[in-house]
Design a binder for this molecule. Structure first.
Ligand SMILES: Cc1cc2nc3c(=O)[nH]c(=O)nc-3n(C[C@H](O)[C@H](O)[C@H](O)COP(=O)(O)OP(=O)(O)OC[C@H]3O[C@@H](n4cnc5c(N)ncnc54)[C@H](O)[C@@H]3O)c2cc1C
Length: 367
């Protein structure tokens, strides 16, 4: 029987690795379980090839990265180089990681939990869930498209075809920028990257906006569609699944006549970057307390969404079990030290995942 660990960490993204580095520094026993084939599998699976990684700090945070070695450099390196940096760190620190091992469930109670995976069972005192959030939001249209992609697997596949990217945030902006660069650098590609957002304004950070501006000035074929609503999935005469999207202008001359301008793209040429939501179903299965957003309780989450309840040290309602990083973005419910519960914004950034790991470890080391 394996002896009881101080903590098991699920996921080897920036959050999980930071927790492990801090555990090692404090001479605590730990094990990281990663379902993917490689360290940082979450980032490998979701970033466009060559995407620059920014060391962005969320608004209101001034403290430097709690673990400087995990910080993406200020001179913005491509994701492949950032992954190399993290791999070198994990190797140098000889971190205890089981790759290809997927977390399934927990039994027992603090301080005697048993963590079950697809490969075995491990006794542990604490558990840190750093499994990210890759459950994409739905487009909410009829015929939604299993064929609509959520990220670019290979940017070169889009050379010579018009592509539609949907979404108003950083992830969409990154995809638009990467595709435009690939097309611009390919010879004789006159097709465009159409970038559609349901609202008039886009919400992107300064670094991403700078890259996007540069790409446009260098001649990138980016066409912006504001207030564009994906309407319906349809099959055309040739049997191709298509997505129809339209822009509405306000009622013409104040009467009830609307003017629509529509476009239809083969679904395989559509990439929807419309955000992810927290793994609420997994939190339910683990019996964590969650709160449903109703009325004006939530400013970030939508009506009916369920938010995980956490202490100021990211401890769930089950003692000794913590949730950090992308898994709890974009918001969670914090039970303050004064007993007041409120929704807390949680930016899905590398900085945030590292910062959360530090808060968790402060709590574990206090005990
Ligand atoms: C396109 C894109 C661009 C971005 N650009 C930036 C940027 O420039 N700067 C920035 O600060 N942030 C950026 N982000 C956000 C940043 O990548 C995330 O905030 C960060 O990766 C979250 O870290 P994490 O450790 O919480 O989760 P993740 O990095 O998602 O890691 C979670 C890990 O858990 C593993 N896992 C999941 N389920 C299980 C399971 N059941 N068992 C075992 N393992 C499991 C996954 O395989 C994964 O490796 C970007 C995100 C995207 C999508």
């Amino acid at each position: 029987m394996i002896s009881k660990l101080d903590m098991i960490i699920i996921g080897s993204g920036p959050g999980g690795l930071s927790a492990a580095l801090l555990a090692k520094k404090a001479s605590k026993s730990y094990l990281i379980l990663e379902k993917g084939k490689k360290i940082m599998q979450g980032i490998i699976d979701t970033y466009p090839k060559g995407k620059k990684v920014y060391p962005t700090m969320p608004k209101g945070f001034e403290e430097p990265f709690p673990i400087p070695e995990v910080k993406p450099p200020e001179d913005k390196i491509p994701v492949e180089q950032y992954i190399e940096q993290i791999n070198a760190l994990a190797f140098e620190q000889n971190l205890n990681i089981h790759l290809n091992e997927e977390f399934r469930e927990i039994s027992g109670a603090f301080p005697d939990y048993i963590v079950k995976t697809d490969k075995g069972s491990y006794p542990t005192r604490n558990l840190i869930l750093a499994f990210g959030s890759n459950i994409p939001n739905d487009l909410g249209i009829y015929g939604e498209a299993k064929t609509v992609r959520r990220n670019i697997e290979n940017g070169e596949d889009y050379i010579g075809i018009n592509v539609l990217v949907i979404g108003g945030g950083n992830a969409a902006a990154d995809v638009v920028c990467s595709l435009s660069k690939i097309k611009r650098e390919a010879k004789d590609d006159t097709t465009s990257v159409y970038w559609a957002h349901i609202k008039e304004t886009f919400e992107i950070n300064k670094d991403t906006a700078r890259d996007l501006g540069e790409e446009i000035l260098l001649g990138g074929h980016i066409k912006i569609l504001q207030k564009a609503v994906p309407k319906i999935g349809e099959v055309d005469a040739e049997g191709i699944d298509r997505l129809y999207i339209h822009q509405t202008t306000s009622p013409a001359n104040g009467n009830d006549l609307y003017i629509y301008q529509g476009m239809s793209f083969p679904m395989k040429n559509v990439i929807a970057c419309i955000g992810t939501h927290g793994p609420s179903a997994i939190f339910d299965a683990l019996n964590f307390q969650q709160i449903t957003c109703t009325g004006t309780i939530c400013k970030i989450a939508r009506e009916g969404e369920r938010l995980l309840m956490l202490s100021s040290h990211f401890e769930t309602s089950r003692k000794g079990i913590f949730a950090i990083g992308g898994a709890i973005s974009p918001s969670y419910m914090e039970m303050g030290d004064d007993g007041i519960i409120k929704e807390k914004k949680h930016s899905n950034l590398i900085y945030t995942a590292v910062w959360d790991a530090k808060k968790v470890m402060d709590k574990i080391l206090q005990a």
